[in-house]
Design a protein around this ligand. Structure first.
Ligand code: NAP
Length: 336
């Protein structure tokens, strides 16, 4: 391989995991405000497979069109290799992690090198390795922006109401649905960090894992219906969403809130009758929030769980694993 090229995963067409091609491509050139990162690990997130399959979860008339070929990926952890002249705050050799250019699909992190906006990067916590750091940005920032601080004023593409986190403390009870997944396991831990009581909903295999992360109660949704067992909670964070999300409204007390992380189907009139609020947001790259989350990761206050790792060349197998569902924590690609 020449000095000017690198290995990366590219899509030349949309489709299943088999369209992820491991290829030799040019190393990206550094633009203003950017840092060239030698990538050590890449976090795999749902938007990676939404992009891969051409956003088939959206109606055809609203599907964005992508210029192919494209390198997927938004999350990385690696080492700074070069810094643009106008960038302060990073030096060659720094270990960094980040969620790049999101929302948007130009992160291009499934690669050995990435020209990353410096504004999207934070220093990697020294206490965790690249695999764990790469797993944190999108899922961790999503939980942060839903529960702690939004950090931006952009409305969600799925709802015009502005999202405002609920102040969490020891007097609050939070139900997290989809608690074992990427977003869910961070949400559970951030709610516990704030002192709230947490009810975790997931399939039974995740019980020990979620209790270890601090869940006060666990409901196996394959055996019990949480909406029949739980009443009077302050907040539901639903990381599963979809048409079924509405059933959690009846677990809320009057004045309570439901935060669908994946869009659901709600009726303003019904929400008003129940006296509850339903709002969501779309995660955005935010280096300052990532640095704060990094401090919690460094201290071990928040942990990153790894479902499994795959080499970059084997990204197809990583996406096949993701398609099986029931993810516990995060899937990560590694680069030797
Ligand atoms: N708004 C935003 O900006 C934003 C940002 C990030 C992600 N998202 C969306 O949020 C969703 C979650 O993302 P993620 O990265 O956390 O996904 P993930 O890692 O795949 O986690 C999904 C979890 O949901 C659980 N689950 C599946 N069906 C369930 C059910 N019926 N009831 C309860 N749990 C169920 C799965 O395990 P078990 O079934 O074994 O429990 C899995 O652990 C995705 O749809 C993603 O697109 C939105």
């Amino acid at each position: 391989m020449s000095a000017q090229t690198m290995r990366a995963i590219r899509l030349h067409e949309h489709g299943g995991p088999e369209v992820l091609r491991y290829e030799e491509v040019p190393i990206p050139e550094l633009g203003p405000g950017e840092v060239l990162v030698r990538v050590h690990a890449v976090g795999v997130n749902p938007p990676d497979w939404y992009l891969r399959d051409g956003m088939s979860n959206l109606p055809p008339e609203v599907r964005p069109k992508f210029t192919l070929p494209v390198i997927p990926g938004t999350d990385l952890s690696g080492v700074v290799e070069a810094v643009a002249a106008d960038v302060d705050g990073f030096a060659v050799g720094d270990e960094v992690f980040g969620l790049l250019r999101f929302p948007g699909f130009e992160g291009s992190t499934y690669a050995e090198y990435v020209a990353a906006p410096a504004a999207d990067l934070a220093l990697k916590p020294a206490g965790i390795d690249h695999v764990h750091a790469a797993a944190a940005p999108m899922a961790g920032l999503t939980a942060w922006q839903f529960l702690i601080e939004v950090g931006h004023d952009h409305p969600s593409p799925f709802q015009s109401a502005r999202h405002r986190p609920v102040a969490l403390d020891t007097g609050k009870t939070v139900l997290v649905n989809g608690a074992a997944g990427g977003v869910g396991h961070f949400a559970l831990q951030l709610a516990k960090w704030k002192g709230a009581r947490v009810i975790a909903v997931a399939s039974g295999r995740h019980e020990a894992f979620l209790r270890e992360l601090g869940a006060d109660e666990f409901i196996d949704y394959t055996k019990d219906r949480p909406e029949e067992l739980v009443h009077g909670v302050d907040l539901v964070l639903d990381a599963v969403g979809g048409p079924d999300s509405k059933r959690f409204l009846r677990t809320l007390k009057r004045g309570g809130s439901q935060f669908p992380v994946f869009f659901g189907e709600f009726d303003e009139e019904e929400n008003a009758k129940l006296g509850v609020t339903v709002t969501g947001t779309q995660v955005r790259s935010d280096a300052a929030q990532l640095a704060e989350l990094g401090r919690l990761l460094d201290a071990g206050t928040v942990r990153v769980a790894i479902d499994g790792t795959f080499s970059l060349a084997d990204a197809r197998a990583a996406h096949e694993r993701a398609a099986q569902g029931h993810i516990q924590g995060k899937i990560v690609l590694t680069i030797a």
